[in-house]
Design a protein around this ligand. Sequence first.
Ligand code: SF4
Ligand code: SF4
Length: 289
Amino acid sequence: LPGEERKPSWLKVTLAASPMLGEVRRTLRELRLTTVCEEARCPNRQECFGSGTATFMLLGDVCTRNCRFCAVKTGRPAPPDPDEPRRVAEGARRLGLRYVVLTSVARDDLPDGGAGHFAETVRALKRAIPGVRVEVLVPDFQGDREALCTVLTSGVDVFNHNVETVRRLTPSVRARATYDRSLSVLAAAKACAPHVPTKSGFMVGLGETPEEIEELLRNLRDARVDLLTVGQYLRPTPAQLPVVRYYAPEEFREIARKAYALGFAYVAAAPLVRSSYHAHEGYDATRER
Ligand code: SF4
Ligand code: SF4
């Protein structure tokens, strides 16, 4: 791909074939489970699966929104499968996972946005795997506080909602979501369950300025967000927004330094960082405080 050739060297990762990945794939297929790890062919799979972490996609792969950075299909999703929480728990148990991340498309078609389904899955995991930690990476539930609290009181260990980009770019990058609503979702999560660490993340490379990034960091801290992830935006297919700029590894370190200075408990900022990358470390950092 011509675009591939222009990518800086630190973004070119090849994943060695491994028997572990084959094994994981078989288990997922058998239980009809979808992971972001496999779907996005995430370059961190070996590392994550090896350390007992994976990210499951709940509620299907058809989204009711159409964000301009995301390659997930848009359309009318199927009704939730009531057996999915059990299958996720069974899959996580068979794969020996210790830290499970649950996420979903935006289900604006469901009255609770899928919050009840998230809560059921958290509970099923906790029943099936003693000591398992569960992080949820949720859509904004259209700002519905009751839906948020349903998820937060399910026994979840980390609550993650991504703000994705700076204020000015939000309308051109995300569909239907607003910057202020995402911040209020994060603040409301803290109000509903003060003991649950909150987490957010954004991409760089969409045309934001350093000042806008600083504003975003401050806004997240004002919403009392504890954990942060920052990664390079990579265009999934030519149908999505182009990359405006590739940040050098050093620039990510600079963003992390600023974020720590503002008081985040843990920051993962590097070109290939994704929401769930080294997720257990963020959780551990909140325990050490
Ligand atoms: Fe899966 Fe996230 Fe790890 Fe990638 S970073 S392999 S999506 S858990
Ligand atoms: Fe993709 Fe999430 Fe936007 Fe749906 S809401 S298009 S899954 S980023």
